[in-house]
Write a protein that binds this ligand. Sequence first.
Ligand SMILES: Cc1cc2nc3c(=O)[nH]c(=O)nc-3n(C[C@H](O)[C@H](O)[C@H](O)COP(=O)(O)OP(=O)(O)OC[C@H]3O[C@@H](n4cnc5c(N)ncnc54)[C@H](O)[C@@H]3O)c2cc1C
Length: 450
Amino acid sequence: MRERELIVVGGGLAGCEAAWQAAQRGIRVYLYEMRPLVNTGAHVTDRLAELVCSNSLGANQIDRGTGLLLSELRTLVSLLIRCADESALPAGRALAVDREVFAEKVTQTILSHPKITVIREEIKKLPETTAVVASGPLTSESLSASIANFLGLSNLFFYDAISPIVEADTIDMNVAFRASRYDQEEGDYINCPMNREEYENFVEELVKAERIPLRSFEETIESGVSGGKGKFFEACLPIEVLARRGKDALAFGPLRPVGLKDPRSGKRPYAVVQLRQDNLAGTLYNLVGFQTNLTFTEQKRVFRMIPGLERAEFVRFGQMHRNTYIFSPQALKPTLQTIRRPDLFMAGQLIGVEGYAGNIASGWLAGVNAARYIRGKPLLQLPRETMLGSLIYYVTHASEKDFQPMKANFGLLPYTEEEWLRNKKQRHFYFAQRSLDVLEQWLKECDVFE
Ligand SMILES: Cc1cc2nc3c(=O)[nH]c(=O)nc-3n(C[C@H](O)[C@H](O)[C@H](O)COP(=O)(O)OP(=O)(O)OC[C@H]3O[C@@H](n4cnc5c(N)ncnc54)[C@H](O)[C@@H]3O)c2cc1C
């Protein structure tokens, strides 16, 4: 390969961001994406930056962890957040996007960049020249083996899940109602209200419904006897697993009715299933928090017990999937270079960053640093006071016992006792403002955009 060239493996969220950032800094980028020649089992299109599950990038206010990270990424001129803002849908205080418009915008921007060449090919071995590896939670088998071999570590397998999507015009709006929590006016979500009897019948059927059998090693992981290395993500537990924790687990969890009143009765329902808009046309809605491993037939039977969804048509059923990631504290520097090879960078879910925004953010850092490495400039680390700085710090410094995929959250930021003692609401705004100020100052001191 000639000088000033970079290989990026994986045209997902992290890979696209990394490729674009490096190309913007004058580097010729070869972006390898294996789809559609090899599929992951979760992606359904050949587009770059396809969102495989929720269409929400998370909270959009700066007093929320993800919201602060989104704000930082806007300041850092992230391509993917720009595309997300341009494809935003109404979703209360969250940044939800039309997934097709979003992926199309990213794909077209990448394809038309004069410095980026997209190559549809599976990379089976770690590249031997300067590269960013961002092959995601569904990294192909041969590449996973090559990474494990290079790092001298076993890959870790976790389980996660995706929620079903239904056609909007098959939802019975004589039963369901529109509202966002605590809003007086008609809101962005469709809510299916349940009385106590409906809720209890639903939970009873959910708990005994047939599930897709897990392969034997996956069962070992699920039961937590594989050396403690595999388990469900707490935030992405299948609804049936959560329901088994107690009869009111859902009513206090994803089906909590707080902040919602059924406009017909004027009362708060016993439980509420919320559906979030999934495409710009508003023809599709996903069941919020309904990740599941039930068989498709059982999903249809049990989810149609939800008032308002009796005739719902499912355009996608919930599914389980593999999640591969490395033990980053032993493998990566805070610059996202591997410890063993300074010209090899990693980013995305593969390094244990959780959530769409976090994955985009890690791609930003890897792309910028790979470009700087090629150009012989000092590599960057963001200040700990920023959400991105703290997220990367966590991923590269956590202890083996504590390490698990991590989303942006205020608990990662450094603080003094005095700062912490402020009340929670002020604390978040205070930390958010501090982060943005520190970031602004840092940008003045570093030549980040050159
Ligand atoms: C089924 C499922 C549901 C999820 N649900 C959510 C959710 O609701 N919210 C959330 O925040 N996160 C969710 N995640 C996690 C999600 O994957 C990440 O947040 C995000 O997509 C990860 O970004 P990434 O760039 O690391 O990987 P990806 O976006 O997956 O991109 C990796 C890309 O690399 C390609 N690739 C893999 N191996 C190779 C190879 N050898 N050669 C070339 N190309 C390769 C893949 O085809 C893919 O396009 C989910 C993941 C899965 C799999």
